[in-house]
Ligand binder design. Structure first.
Ligand code: FEO
Length: 379
């Protein structure tokens, strides 16, 4: 029997110090009740008492034998010491990398109470058996997944997780906030995700138990397929993401015209003012769709700060394999397209399809260039 003992966090403002989580966050933790009892991961430190109470209730007077630590980021590992102090006979099961991190976090790597696991090691609990798989850099180096064979369950650490507390019913379903989570937190390490997907490819998986978001029970191939597409940096859908900055509204007029023209051609368009939007949403859609337009001003001999940060974030997250068009706006020495091109040249397989220059405000020439750009992008 696999029991949920995680918690919902509605007090958090920014997850991992940067991601807006309007509907909170769940920190998932599970217990397998068998001849031997195995707890899977702890939760954020602020929820220590609630989590220990959830655990105590499920244990119903019994004592746990093991705590498996799939991932050492503090939203999951903060209560390892509290657990070991509460249950004096329990052992911790984790990768060697995780134990090294425990030494830093707790000044203790629990030598007398630890079981170090690597690929294909097993933990027998009675009817249930866990098999471990290393998943380095998905998205920290010490991460392991585990597979419980009697129930065909995958414990996937942060993978397949999403933003949002579990008591919030997300009408957009899993993919929207799982995608923002993936491209914000995991996307730099696509190759590592591909490697772990290969390790899982021979397993029959009926249920995925991630460390955030809902337990995934049906149509498992849907979730695996999304992770396959995302980790290969392939576009998921046809569409144009337009990210812009506008100081006095003229660059905005240009991208609005482009949006209208694209929509006339039945293109899906996602438009983001980088100074005012959640940039994690803009990053998500830049990866989701197959074409991207960047529009900004020349500013202090460089590009506008929000665009600079956005392109740096694209690079940090390994953005690649897309068509990109550029629009610059400058009153006397427009230089933004040249700078954006240079920055994008650091990315793999980016095709710059067109560049448009606006000198302050749209005029007949630049309007017609924007219309041409829409035509080119929709071919
Ligand atoms: Fe949910 Fe990487 O911690």
């Amino acid at each position: 029997m696999i029991n949920y003992i995680g918690v919902d966090d509605h007090k958090i403002d920014l997850f991992e110090g940067q991601y807006i989580v309007e509907h909170g966050m769940s920190y998932n933790s599970y217990v397998i009740m068998d001849d031997l009892i195995c707890v899977l991961d702890t939760v954020d430190y602020n929820f220590k008492d609630e989590w220990l109470a959830n655990l105590k209730k499920v244990l119903n007077g019994r004592e746990p034998n093991y705590l498996v630590v799939h991932h050492m980021e503090m939203d999951h590992s903060a209560n390892i010491e509290a657990f070991l102090n509460t249950y004096k006979n329990a052992k911790v099961v984790a990768s060697i990398g995780a134990f090294n991190m425990m030494k830093n976090l707790f000044e203790n790597d629990f030598v007398s109470r630890r079981i170090v696991v690597k690929d294909n090691d097993k933990l027998e609990l009675g009817h249930h058996t866990l098999t471990f798989f290393t998943a380095p850099l998905v998205h920290w180096p010490e991460v392991i997944f585990s597979y419980e064979s009697s129930t065909k369950s995958l414990f996937s650490a942060d993978a397949f997780g999403k933003f949002g507390a579990l008591d919030y019913e997300d009408k957009d379903g899993w993919a929207c906030e799982a995608r923002r989570y993936y491209f914000g937190i995991v996307s730099k390490f696509g190759l590592n995700v591909q490697n772990v997907l290969k390790k899982l490819s021979n397993l029959e998986i009926k249920t995925i138990y991630p460390l955030h978001g809902p337990i995934l029970k049906e149509n498992i191939s849907y979730y695996l397929n999304k992770y396959d597409i995302w980790s290969k940096y392939e576009p998921e859908d046809k569409g144009v993401t337009i990210c812009y900055t506008s100081v006095y509204g003229n660059t905005l007029k240009a991208v609005q015209l482009l949006k209208e023209e694209l929509e006339k051609k039945k293109e899906k368009v996602a438009l983001f003012d980088l100074a005012r939007s959640d940039n994690a949403e803009a990053i998500e859609d830049a990866f989701r769709y197959d074409r991207l337009v960047l529009a900004t001003t020349t500013y202090n001999g460089d590009i506008f700060p929000f665009m600079k940060t956005f392109i740096a974030t694209l690079e940090e997250h390994n953005y690649q394999n897309r068509k990109v068009a550029l629009i610059e706006n400058g009153m006397w020495a427009p230089n933004a397209n040249k700078i954006m091109k240079e920055k994008l040249s650091n990315l793999k397989n980016i095709e710059i399809v067109q560049s448009v220059t606006i000198k302050g405000a749209l005029n007949a020439v630049s309007k017609s260039q924007i219309k041409e750009l829409a035509l080119l992008l929709s071919r």
